[in-house]
Design a protein around this ligand. Structure first.
Ligand SMILES: Nc1ncnc2c1ncn2[C@@H]1O[C@H](COP(=O)(O)OP(=O)(O)OP(=O)(O)O)[C@@H](O)[C@H]1O
Ligand code: SF4
Ligand SMILES: [Mg+2]
Length: 356
């Protein structure tokens, strides 16, 4: 995806006839069903609530998604929209207070039904996850080499010299400069970008089918960010694994992803191929995110930040959750909650005004 497409002015006031035709009356579910059949991971109707002791706070309200082998899915939305909770629920890392409901199909298995013991065979081996801040994930009191050899032992059963050789191969694979020397380094001796490469190497140790990268470049400067994104893309192409890339930055998503899913207030509000989403964003929220994106090579213009904030899970509006911030809302919007509808081009959107 060329970021030049992002320089197009996004009209946040109303939809064109083409936009309306994209959804139109041809609302069908087949494309999603076809994708589900080929999916590496398919999530249906995922709900997550947190138990406060006195009541349940719902934060995910029926998330659906699929990701195929070799596909990069971008997950985007403002802070608090449920991006991390979705993937932490898949990995079962949300802790005891989380209540998770829904189907999480990984290959032939519904892992939502797995015991904690079965999940230890999923985490790291079938799905691996990397996070924004590698220094908090790496152990400061062990060398990089020791941590990597431990990951290789845990996921692949290699020990001694075989583990050392594999750890070194992984550091080479993530293009860490002077890999042999870095095996003896402590995390604090490496830069943020180098530590992120080590984290990626650890994630690759189990040869996962799916890598989930939660804001992997947010803490890095722009040049290093581009290098890490290139690396992830290259690894994903070489290994054929699926890649879920979580980011609040549509610019990052545009550089790397095949498909994009936009989340708002614990729901998916739009999903499409990256080309379709950037050429014809349909949901007012997606349009707002794009309008707030600085242009790299376009004319300087005033950025249009979306007014207001994401509603708290404790004060969710009754109808469309985006209604309080939406310039296109009608009376209906505040009382009826729109569901996600799919069109013939496999571009889904949850907005009454486009689907009624
Ligand atoms: N352990 C928890 N207990 C209670 N609420 C939680 C917990 N973890 C997340 N939440 C709530 O769930 C909602 C979604 O959070 P999530 O971390 O998924 O957001 P996000 O989209 O990843 O945001 P960010 O871009 O800031 O990382 C938020 O309202 C958050 O406060
Ligand atoms: S349903 Fe209404 S409030 Fe919600 S995004 Fe569409 S126009 Fe806006
Ligand atoms: Mg997050």
């Amino acid at each position: 995806m060329n970021t030049a497409v992002l320089t197009r002015f996004i009209d946040t006031r109303d939809w064109t006839r083409t936009d309306r035709r994209l959804i139109g009356s041809a609302t069908i579910a087949q494309p999603a069903a076809a994708r589900e059949r080929q999916a590496l991971l398919s999530i249906r109707d995922l709900h997550v609530s947190f138990d406060t002791g006195s009541h349940l706070v719902p934060v995910l309200h029926g998330v659906d998604l699929e990701i195929r082998r070799g596909e990069t899915l971008g997950v985007v939305g403002e802070s608090g929209c449920g991006k991390s909770v979705t993937w932490m629920a898949v990995m079962r890392l949300l802790g005891e207070r989380a209540r998770i409901r829904g189907r999480i199909q990984l290959g032939a298995d519904d892992i939502a039904t797995f015991s904690e013991r079965q999940m230890t065979q999923v985490r790291g081996k079938r799905i691996a996850m990397i996070f924004q801040d590698p220094s908090s994930s790496l152990n400061p009191v062990h060398t990089v080499g020791r941590q990597l050899m431990e990951a290789v032992r845990l996921h692949r059963g290699l020990r001694g010299e075989a583990a050392r050789v594999e750890a070194l191969r992984l550091l080479d694979r993530v293009q860490l400069p002077s890999a042999a020397q870095r095996m003896r380094a402590w995390p604090h001796e490496l830069s943020g970008g180098m530590n992120q490469r080590v984290m990626i190497a650890m994630a690759l140790a189990g040869e996962p089918d799916l890598l989930v990268a939660d804001e992997p470049t947010t803490a890095l400067d722009v040049t290093i960010q581009a290098q890490i994104l290139d690396l992830l893309r290259e690894l994903q192409r070489d290994t054929g694994m699926g890649l879920a890339l979580i980011s609040h930055d549509l610019g990052v998503i545009a550089q790397v992803c095949d498909r994009v899913m936009v989340m708002y207030a614990g729901r998916v509000v739009e999903t499409a191929t990256a080309d379709a989403l950037f050429a014809h964003p349909l949901h007012p929220y997606t349009r707002g995110l794009l309008a707030a994106l600085p242009e790299l090579d376009g004319p300087v213009r005033r950025l249009q930040a979306i007014p207001g904030t994401v509603p708290s899970p404790m004060a969710m509006p009754a109808g469309c959750a985006f209604a309080p911030r939406c310039g296109q809302r009608e009376n209906d919007c505040e009382v009826r909650r729109p569901g996600l509808r799919v069109n013939a081009l496999d571009h889904s959107v949850a907005c009454w005004r486009l689907t009624k």
